[in-house]
Design a protein around this ligand. Sequence first.
Ligand code: SF4
Length: 290
Amino acid sequence: MVPKINLITAKTILTRSGLPGSDWVINPYNGCLFGCMYCYAAQIALWKHPDEKWGTYLDVKTNAPELLGKELAKLEKRMKTKNFGSIFFSSVTDPYVGLESKYRLTRKCLEILADFGYKGDISIQTKSPLVVKDIDILNKIKDVAVGFTVTTLDDEVSRFLEVMAPPVSSRIKALKRLHEAGIPTYAFIGPLLPHFTSNIKKISELLDKLQEVGISEVWFEHINLSPKIKERLFSYLRKKSPELIADFNRADTQKYRDELEDVISQAMKGRNLKMGLGKVIHHRILPKKK
Ligand code: SF4
């Protein structure tokens, strides 16, 4: 299916974040063509695109860089500082969704932040190796880190659930490139995939590989099976692999989460790896923002 691309003019670009660990969020796009079957953003986007299928459209905020420049100047005037707190790219899109190579909005926003001399932490989280093209800009930003979502080491599994996203092997290679270029990197293991990434062997192998490519920080998140996400994910599983449904259902219990957290503690033991927020994130009990 050919995706629908909407060129839009945004009213704001630097918005207050509701996510733990970040104060602001920048979404140069709305929607995401990677179409992951577990995506939490799909339900958030419903109010803007109630009749469209997640993964089939992208709103391109063509004025994002100019707007960011204006908003930074305004905040600097008001707050008398070049550090307004941490900024996260992105919460309802992937900042390096394929069309970033055409529109370059994430790159231009990073250029604006570099030229402004932003002094707070900037974190970019993606599934796309496209980010390595921006190493030159990333090197100009004071406190920047790039994180890759890595839910498995198996390309077949990533292709199955992260349908249009670049395969996980290409993400691992990109992490290595970024590390070699001196950019701090981290990995986001979320959601922890029931059936696929749920035992000590798989999680240990994943951590071994991530450490091999220079990761020093890792975040974990339990799968979010709130009703809208579950509806979309389970209708996909019913068609493609109904035998997995029992395992995914089981993952939505406290007992499962407790056991998985024990497994993660075991897998993390003795490693020189920092755990983001110091715990496994669960959407229903989000840690308080710092
Ligand atoms: S890459 Fe992120 S925003 Fe895009 S579909 Fe996947 S989970 Fe959702």
